[in-house]
Design a binder for this molecule. Structure first.
Ligand SMILES: [Zn+2]
Length: 325
């Protein structure tokens, strides 16, 4: 079991207070785009869409990459050093980056956007006191709070673009409301006793809370903890006893443990299908609909509902999902 540095306390919204100290751009720079480096693709999505033409965004973590295990490469460090602003998630997600971000915050605005969510709406970490489950993008209601915070930060950094940034943020919030309503609708068609989500790690706690699903991860809230044999054996018991027919793999996590789970259930005469691949901690392919936060949530909701016996529209909320669900 690897203990994370910095996991035992909530990070502050580093740099929020610091924007003033670093000054607003002068007239000469007003036309310049604010260069922003984000860690996860989900953060990149919100900053890109809310900032619009006022920002130039680079995300360090592409499809399939795991933020829990993320260590900045040389080129990542160069990118962050050159950026006007760095946006990371915080809440212990990028556990290995904490000391680096603390140092960087002395030099430029460093925003832990995930920490814009009020503490009373966060799920406490099951192992560490004063730490929280970081996977807030799974609940559109919470992710809307991160988008609202992105609006405030970007509008302050680029006041000349404030009207456009406000309009962009409004559109993003509308999308969040719409996908939240879609999720409630299709997930409510899943038979009540099938509302159990078995995944590779505990990324779906907020999803489960928002939409009334029980969530069982093989690994804990971080992928950096080892899944014990006991955990796999216990979950096999749950699958067999409750006749759970489908489990889910994740695009950013190895499916090794999931295969062990399925084999364990099969050895006891219970067949479990892979219900599909979910986008837990990284979005889908760049440039695709699933490579956006909206598409990621649509994909997850539609895949989960379909695999667990619910009724879903063909190709999701807007008919934009890739075929082959
Ligand atoms: Zn995770």
């Amino acid at each position: 079991m690897i203990r994370h540095r910095g996991m035992t306390r909530r990070q502050t919204l580093l740099g929020l207070a610091g924007i003033g100290a670093f000054g607003l751009p002068g007239r000469a720079q007003a036309a310049d785009r604010l260069s922003v480096v984000t860690t996860t693709g989900m953060l990149g999505d919100v900053v890109t869409r809310v900032g619009g033409a006022a920002v130039d965004v680079q995300s360090l973590l592409g499809p399939g990459l795991d933020p829990h295990a993320f260590r900045a490469t040389r080129s990542d460090i160069v990118a962050m050093a050159r950026a006007d602003m760095v946006v990371w998630h915080g809440l212990g997600l990028e556990a290995q980056l904490v000391p680096f971000m603390e140092d960087l915050a002395a030099k430029k605005p460093v925003i832990a956007l995930g920490e814009a969510v009020p503490q009373d709406r966060l799920i406490p970490h099951d192992e560490y006191a004063d730490a929280f489950d970081p996977h807030i993008w799974m609940d559109p209601g919470l992710w809307a709070l991160a988008a609202a915070a992105a609006h405030d930060i970007l509008a302050e950094a680029r006041p000349e673009a404030a009207a456009e940034i406000a309009a962009n943020a409004e559109t993003y919030l509308q999308d969040a409301t719409r996908v939240g309503a879609y999720a409630r609708e299709v997930l409510s068609t899943v038979p009540e006793d099938a509302r159990v989500l078995v995944t590779a790690h505990d990324a779906f706690g907020y999803f489960g809370r928002a939409f009334g699903f029980e969530v069982l991860g093989i690994q804990g809230i971080s992928t950096e903890s080892e899944a014990g044999l006991n955990r796999i054996r216990d979950l096999v018991d749950v699958l067999v006893d409750r006749r759970i027919g489908a489990v889910f793999v994740e695009s950013s996590v190895s499916d090794r443990n999931m295969r062990a789970l399925i084999e364990g259930a099969a050895a006891r005469g219970h067949d479990v299908a892979v219900g599909g691949e979910l986008f837990s901690d990284a979005m889908g392919p760049q440039g695709s609909y699933e490579g956006s936060w909206l598409g990621m949530i649509d994909h997850n909701v539609t895949t989960i509902a379909a695999a667990l016996g619910g009724r879903v529209p063909d190709r999701g909320m807007d008919g934009r999902l890739s075929a082959g669900l």
